[in-house]
Design a protein around this ligand. Structure first.
Ligand code: DX5
Ligand code: ZN
Length: 219
C-alpha cells in the first residue's frame, strides 16, 4: 500500500490571514506547501512573489514545493532557493534550455521538476526524463485556482507512469488542478505520487480533515 503525498496550494489561502493558514497546513497531515508563482506573462494572472514565499518559509514546518509559472524561470532559481524552496518546478513551455535549467536546480540542492501544460504531450519528455526528479502534469490550464479538472489527464498519467517504469526511474508524478477526493482516487490509481489541492482544501468546512481524507487515498 502506497499513500499519496498531498501538497495544499497556498494560492487558495486567505492572504490576509496567511500565517493562520500556514499553521493550519503545519498542523495537518500535508506533506508539502505548494507555492504558485505567476508573472502575468507566462500565465494571464499574477499571484505573489519572493517576499511572500520567504514569509511562508519562516513559518512553514514542511518543505516548499515551488511551481514557477513564469517566463525565463532560469533567472530566478537562486532567488527562490534563498526564499526557502525545497522543490523547484519549471514549465517545459517556458524553458529554452531545459537540460541546463534542471542541472542548475539540482546544483542548488533542490528537487528538480518539469511541468507540462495540458496540451503538451508526455512524449516530449522522452530524452529528458532521467534528469527530472519530478514531473508535474497540469490538469487545468495554469493561471487560476478552482477550475474544472481536464479528463484526459488520467491517460497522460498512465503513459508517463509507463515511461518511468520502463526506464527503471523513480521520478515522482505530481498533479495540479481540480483535484478532489474523486479525481484524486482515479489519479492515484493511474500512477500519481503527489496531489496538489487548492480550493478543495481551503473551501472545505474543515481543511485539516479534508487533507486527512486525501491522505487516505492509496493504490
Ligand atoms: C493553477 C495552480 C494550481 C492551483 C490549483 O495554475 O498551479 O496550483 O492552485 O487550484 P485548484 O486545486 O483549486 O484547482
Ligand atoms: Zn501549481
Amino acid at each position: 500500500m502506497k499513500n499519496v503525498m498531498i501538497a495544499p496550494s497556498v494560492l487558495a489561502a486567505d492572504f490576509a490571514n496567511l500565517q493562520r493558514d500556514v499553521e493550519m497546513i503545519n498542523s495537518s497531515q500535508a506533506d508539502w506547501f505548494h507555492i504558485d508563482i505567476m508573472d502575468g506573462h507566462f500565465v494571464p494572472n499574477i499571484s505573489f512573489g519572493l517576499p511572500v514565499c520567504e514569509a511562508i518559509h519562516r513559518h512553514a514546518k514542511k518543505p516548499l514545493d515551488v511551481h514557477l509559472m513564469i517566463e525565463k524561470p532560469e533567472l530566478y532559481l537562486e532567488a527562490f532557493k534563498k526564499a526557502g524552496a525545497a522543490n523547484i518546478s519549471v514549465h517545459f513551455e517556458a524553458c529554452k534550455h531545459l537540460h541546463r535549467t534542471l542541472q542548475e536546480i539540482k546544483n542548488l540542492g533542490c528537487l528538480a521538476g518539469v511541468v507540462l501544460n495540458p496540451a503538451t504531450p508526455v512524449s516530449v519528455l522522452e530524452d529528458i526524463l532521467p534528469y527530472c526528479e519530478m514531473v508535474l502534469l497540469m490538469s487545468v490550464n495554469p493561471g487560476f485556482g478552482g477550475q474544472q479538472f481536464i479528463e484526459f489527464t488520467y491517460d497522460k498519467v498512465r503513459k508517463l507512469k509507463r515511461m518511468i517504469t520502463e526506464r527503471n526511474l523513480n521520478t515522482l508524478i505530481e498533479i495540479d488542478g481540480g483535484v478532489n477526493y474523486e479525481t484524486g482516487q482515479k489519479l492515484v490509481e493511474a500512477g500519481a505520487d503527489v496531489l496538489v489541492a487548492g480550493s478543495y482544501v481551503f473551501n472545505a468546512k474543515n481543511p485539516v480533515q479534508t487533507i486527512e481524507e486525501l491522505k487516505t487515498l492509496y493504490l
